[in-house]
Design a protein around this ligand. Structure first.
Ligand code: NAD
Length: 485
């Protein structure tokens, strides 16, 4: 199968597509059919070396430009991404299986938002002047140098931009390794950035599995590592980066709580639960997969949820009316089916879904379990698929303690009409991102990241600048200098 947007080679290094077929082949599979749509090759050590040396050369050129000049390139790239939104969305759909209905409004568009936002900020990045009597100190906000970005498979375009945009705005160069499951989209990001005027080599894309990621992370020339992935991978990458005392951003997994009180607007709460469990077929890190529903509204919630799930349009992701697509891979589908089997075996009550669809591709029905208890595996482990666990509760203090009783802390949500309770709960949540009467918004203007095992650092917003730059303090003495001898 061919489609118009397919990149022309496996890697993008020093401003151009590069192929080396001696690297291990990685098949790219369209999740909606199971067909192989492309084959890329893992980067060889020689290609990794090329990527790092070209990034080093480019970084010196890029950092020497003014912030205004750097910002102009990023903003031009943002405009190009928006102009090419259709072709980029088609590619995102082929890479991930997510419906075009989603990709056309959530992927290249949010990548473009990041490029525009950090492009606009590039010229405003300054140090400060600190007067000390007649002497003074000034600070310089300097780039870290060479940054490695490592992506997960659920949002390949967005992740490539969320890491690349702030890194480049600060004057760094980036080497990005996409997930081996979705290798195509980041190549387009690199192509567009260079077409927009980025110096050759300032944003390179190399393909590969964990070993290629590990080779990048451990290279002594790399100053910073930003990973989006699971907690177990995060532990390994964080430890490897620590050996070299490198800066890190860790965007990891979650098992986030969503609390629905008896006074909530039921339709809105169900919309939140749907967005927080079934968007992208449930493959969203911040999903609110532990849905605590007050016992007084439990039955009404479950009845109405089941009715609304009935209207999901499941099928060909390229059809505009499709609102629910396949899992990203056969492997991920099997992981999720295993969790569904565990939920049944543990005695959770299957309200709807629970099966693979009888068609090509890796489709699982939107699945809801009720009567889930805190100790069940499906309530404790990240499933990363369309499986909602509904748990009952009676009391605010009790539910907040249960919501926080997890090693994860990525996100958390609450639906209630009680204003003070909403803010009390948000203050009590142990999570990096909280939602009141909404779920899973992620605008570039707001910090995004995890508490506890869900991560370190923040992406997006002004906060990201601190994670891609460092301050140098310069002391200036105006008079004579005294010394003890
Ligand atoms: P994963 O941890 O399996 O892989 C993530 C990336 O790390 C891949 O590119 C992989 O090749 C690479 N990798 C694996 N081992 C490595 C090593 N030793 N050194 C360097 N790189 C290595 O995750 P996944 O299955 O691709 O994605 C799903 C996970 O990502 C879920 O846990 C999800 O919650 C998380 N996620 C988090 C966020 C967030 O922003 N917090 C966003 C999306 C996904």
């Amino acid at each position: 199968m061919t489609y118009p947007t397919q990149p022309t080679a496996s890697h993008f290094i020093n401003g151009a597509y590069v192929e080396d077929t001696s690297g291990t082949p990685i098949e790219v599979i369209y999740p909606a059919t199971g067909e192989t749509i492309a084959t890329v090759h893992a980067a060889t050590p020689a290609l990794i070396e090329q990527a790092i040396t070209s990034a080093g050369r480019a970084q010196a050129v890029w950092a020497a430009m003014t912030g205004t000049e750097r910002g102009r390139v990023l903003r031009r790239a943002a405009d190009m991404m928006r102009e090419r939104n259709h072709e980029l969305s088609v590619l995102e759909t082929y890479d991930t299986g997510k419906p075009y209905q989603e990709t056309s409004v959530a992927d290249a568009t949010s990548g473009a938002d990041a490029l525009e936002y950090f492009g606009g900020m590039a010229a405003t990045l300054t140090g400060e002047h600190i007067q000390l009597g007649e002497d003074w100190v000034y600070t310089r906000r300097e780039p870290l140098g060479l940054c490695v970005g490592i992506g997960a498979w659920n949002y390949p375009t967005q992740i490539a931009c969320w890491k690349g945009a702030p890194a480049l705005a600060c004057g760094n160069a980036m080497i990005f390794k996409p997930s081996e499951t979705t290798p195509l989209c980041a190549l387009k990001v690199a192509e567009i950035l260079h077409e927009a005027g980025l110096p050759a080599g300032a944003y390179n894309v190399v393909q590969g599995l964990g070993d290629v990621g590990a080779a990048l992370v451990t290279d002594p020339r790399i100053d910073k590592v930003s990973l989006t992935g699971s907690v177990p991978t995060g532990r390994k990458v964080y430890a490897a980066a620590a050996e070299g005392i490198k800066h890190v951003t860790m965007e990891l997994g979650g098992k986030s709580p969503l609390i629905i009180f008896e006074d909530a607007d039921l339709e809105n709460a169900i919309s939140g639960a749907i967005l927080g469990n079934f968007y992208s077929s449930g493959q969203v890190c911040s999903n609110g997969t532990r849905v605590f529903v007050h016992r007084a509204i439990k039955q009404a919630f479950l009845d109405r949820l089941a009715a609304r799930l009935d209207s999901a349009v499941i099928g060909d992701p390229m059809r505009p009316e499709t609102s629910f697509g396949p899992m990203v891979s056969e492997r991920q589908m099997n992981i999720v089916l295993d969790y569904i089997a565990k939920g049944k075996a543990e005695g959770a009550r299957l309200v709807c879904g629970g099966c693979r669809l009888d068609r090509d591709g890796f489709y699982i029905q939107p699945t809801v379990f009720a009567d889930v208890t805190d100790d069940m595996v499906i309530a404790r482990e990240e499933i990363f698929g369309p499986v909602m666990a509904v748990l009952d509760f009676d009391d605010e203090t009790e539910v907040l303690a249960r919501a926080n009783a997890t090693e994860f802390g990525l996100a958390a949500g609450v639906f209630t009409r009680d204003l003070t309770r909403a803010h009390r709960i948000a203050a009590g949540f142990e999570a990096g991102t909280c939602y009141i009467n909404t779920y899973n918004d992620a605008p570039v203007e707001a910090p995004f990241g995890g508490a506890k095992s869900s991560g370190v650092g923040r992406e997006n917003s002004k906060a990201a600048i601190a994670h891609y730059s460092q301050l140098k303090s310069v002391y200036v003495r105006m008079g004579d200098l005294e010394a003890p001898f």
